[in-house]
Structure formats: structure tokens, C-alpha cells
Ligand binder design. Structure first.
Ligand SMILES: [Zn+2]
Length: 397
């Protein structure tokens, strides 16, 4: 072989080796990143239970009075909101025939005849916390499809995350706010459904213990609360919290009225929660019972949990139409805000969903802080007849 060619070969081999090393490093980073995701994901912040769970019961005592205690401030890390299982389903798919965490570099080396890619592996996944040109491209696509307003800034924050969840829900993708291969290829394809293609929200959708929602149910018209509700009107406890667009507009109308009547200092502790979030609340509560009562069986811990925490699929929060209203640092029951809410919320289309009188029908103990949007007409009839939602729906049919 001529020395020139030999030299070229050596150079190619060196390039190949460098590429392998880079890709191996990249795949290690993916693994480490995901593991970090798991560890920060596992201990879900206890205070996310706040309103639902404030009331983890004393097992033998009377129905506990929920006392939303002052809650430690938690700055959610991006990983906190990453549904781990879903990440894998999208990121792993391109490597269907090989384990995603084995020798990816080697498989490139065998198939690539051109020089190895310089930086990223073939699959790009975009998620909260990332920045750069690819994020700008994604944001521009979300803007042109009507899911995101404003201008692309290249910063994948809460707004972009919420817009992406809404895009995925309308387009029948896993609505996890992570842009994997399927999401990216659809959003740039020119065939994606726009925000105007979203089906109308069913404001009378029922979620209770006998009518659980499917694991895949995601409301069709979610928005980021902070895109509708100004911070001087209400504090959104967890950035990135979403709810149905119409219900959120009604919330704005209601709280504006309250504030103009001198009732302020509102906080929304929770709104839309997906099925997996709810399952996490259940799991955390079971773990707490197991810690506090080592002699209890898992079944007993679960049944104690279900006294106050809705089983996944049965929480109204999955509808995107329910809000937990609180006052920072204060137990909500008995406050002026609570009294105002109960007296006026129906005027804006909300009902107090769980009351003491209707416990046997709703299947949940009274929750003074939990309101549900049903629309003004339905709310007026429900209040006039002193019904709960189940009774109203029975009367309709
Ligand atoms: Zn609630």
C-alpha cells in the first residue's frame, strides 16, 4: 500500500477511534442522565399531596380535618416532571434491535462509511431545561401550530413544556412534554393537527371511584396557568401547572371579582395531574403508612391510603377541570377566601365538588379547597338543587 494511503487509513482509524470514544461518552451521559432522573423523580415532594393528602388520616380516628400546613418551598428540577417510563419508550425506539445502552458507538462504526457524526447521536430528544437552535426550531413549530404564543427564545422552559404537552395530546402522542423521535417527526411533517383541531372539552366529564379515567386520557385543551393568570392575581404554587383553557379563563374571571371585592392572597396548589402523578401520590402515601406501621400489610396500607387519596384514574385533577384553592401558609377551611369561594364560585361555572353531605355519593370526604369547572349553566342548576355532580348527571339522563 502506498505510504500516502497508509497514512490516510491511519488517520481514518484515528478518527473512527475518536468518534467511538465520543459516542461511548455520550451514551454513558444518557444513562447517567436518566438515572439521575430516576433518583430525583422517586421521592416526589411530599407537599404535592398538599390538598389531596393533607389529610392523610389517623386510621382509627374520625375523618381528618385537612390542615394545609405551611409547605416548604420546592424548586422543581426538570427531572421531577419527567415521566421516566415514557422517556424510554420514545428514546429507545430507534434502537429497537439493540439495547439502547450497549455499544451504540460500535453500531455506528459498522454502518457509517462517512466520517462519524461530530457531536450528537442520531436521535435528538428535547426536554425541559435544554437550550439552543433545536429548541428554537421546536418553539417556532409550536407557535405556527398555535400551541405557543410569543417568540421563540431557544429556552425550553415551562411554557414550551406545556405547549408541547398540549400538542402531543391533540396529536394522540404520549403527552409527556418530551420531544422524542415521534413527536419531532410529526411536528415538522406538515401533517400535525393544530390547536384548532383540538376537540371541545367535555365539561361534564365524570371521574370518580366507579368511573375511572383511562391511563391515556389527557384533556384536549390544556394551557399553562401562568399564561392566563397574572401573578398579582394568584400565586401558582408549582410552575408549569396546567388546566383546561376555558376553566382557567373562568378562574381568572372569578379571582378578579374576588380581588375587586377585597378577597385576595389566592394560591392554586394543584390543577391538572396526569394519571402517573396520581399514582405517585398513592405510592408515596402507601410508603408512609408502611414506615409508620411496619406491622401493617400492604393491602391495609393501600386501603388506608384510598380513604383520602384518589386511586389513579379516579382523581378529578386528571380532567384538567379541577383546582385546589389555598391561601399560602394558612389552613384554607374557615378563611374569608374559603367562604367567598363557596358563596360565589357557581357564578363563574365552578362547584365545590366534595361536600360532607354528599360523601356517600361522591366517594370522597369533604374538601373545602377543591373546585371543579362544569360551566355556568350546570353550576347554577347544581347549586339551586343542592346536588353533587353525580346527581346532576343522573338527572340529565
Ligand atoms: Zn383537589
Amino acid at each position: 500500500m502506498p505510504p500516502k494511503k497508509k497514512k490516510k487509513r491511519r488517520r481514518n482509524a484515528a478518527l473512527l477511534q475518536t468518534g467511538r470514544v465520543l459516542l461511548t461518552l455520550a451514551s454513558i451521559c444518557v444513562v447517567v442522565g436518566i438515572c439521575a432522573g430516576i433518583s430525583s423523580f422517586m421521592p416526589a415532594p411530599a407537599d404535592r399531596l398538599e390538598a389531596t393528602a393533607t389529610a392523610v388520616p389517623t386510621p382509627n380516628g374520625p375523618t381528618p380535618v385537612p390542615t394545609p400546613t405551611p409547605v416548604p418551598t420546592i424548586t422543581p428540577t426538570p427531572a421531577e416532571f419527567v415521566p421516566f417510563g415514557t422517556v424510554l419508550s420514545e428514546t429507545a425506539s430507534p434502537f429497537a434491535d439493540i439495547s439502547p445502552f450497549t455499544d451504540v458507538a460500535a453500531s455506528y462504526a459498522e454502518t457509517e462509511s462517512t466520517p462519524l457524526p461530530e457531536a450528537s447521536p442520531a436521535v435528538t430528544v428535547l426536554r425541559k431545561g435544554m437550550k439552543g437552535e433545536e429548541v428554537v426550531r421546536l418553539q417556532n413549530a409550536l407557535i405556527s401550530l398555535g400551541f405557543l404564543s410569543g417568540e421563540a427564545d431557544g429556552d425550553f422552559g415551562n411554557m414550551t413544556h406545556s405547549a408541547l404537552v398540549a400538542f402531543q395530546a391533540v396529536n394522540h402522542l404520549t403527552a409527556d412534554g418530551i420531544a422524542g423521535e415521534k413527536t419531532l417527526s410529526l411536528i415538522y411533517s406538515g401533517n400535525a393537527l393544530t390547536v384548532n383541531d383540538a376537540p371541545d372539552t367535555d365539561f361534564l366529564i365524570l371521574a370518580n371511584r366507579t368511573h375511572p379515567l383511562d391511563v391515556s386520557y389527557v384533556p384536549p385543551n390544556l394551557v399553562d396557568l401562568s399564561s392566563v393568570l397574572p401573578s398579582d392575581l394568584v400565586k401558582i404554587k408549582y410552575k408549569g401547572t396546567m388546566a383546561d383553557r376555558t376553566a382557567t379563563q373562568a378562574m381568572k374571571e372569578m379571582l378578579s371579582a374576588a380581588v375587586s371585592q377585597g378577597i385576595g392572597k389566592w394560591q392554586i396548589s394543584s390543577a391538572y395531574r396526569n394519571y402517573k402523578d396520581q399514582q405517585k401520590l398513592v405510592d408515596n402515601s402507601v410508603a408512609t403508612y408502611q414506615r409508620n406501621h411496619p406491622d401493617w400489610s400492604k393491602k391495609k396500607c393501600l386501603s388506608a391510603t384510598y380513604n383520602t387519596v384518589a386511586p389513579a384514574g379516579t382523581s378529578e385533577h386528571q380532567t384538567g377541570l379541577a383546582f385546589d384553592m389555598t391561601v399560602p401558609g394558612v389552613s384554607f377551611t374557615g378563611t374569608d377566601q374559603q367562604k367567598w369561594l363557596h358563596a360565589h364560585c357557581h357564578e363563574y361555572g365552578f362547584i365545590v365538588r366534595y361536600t360532607e353531605e354528599k360523601q356517600s355519593i361522591t366517594g370522597f370526604i369533604a374538601e373545602s379547597w377543591h373546585v371543579r369547572y362544569v360551566g355556568k349553566d350546570a353550576a347554577a342548576i347544581i347549586v339551586k338543587n343542592k346536588w353533587c355532580l353525580e346527581e346532576y348527571l343522573d338527572a340529565l339522563h
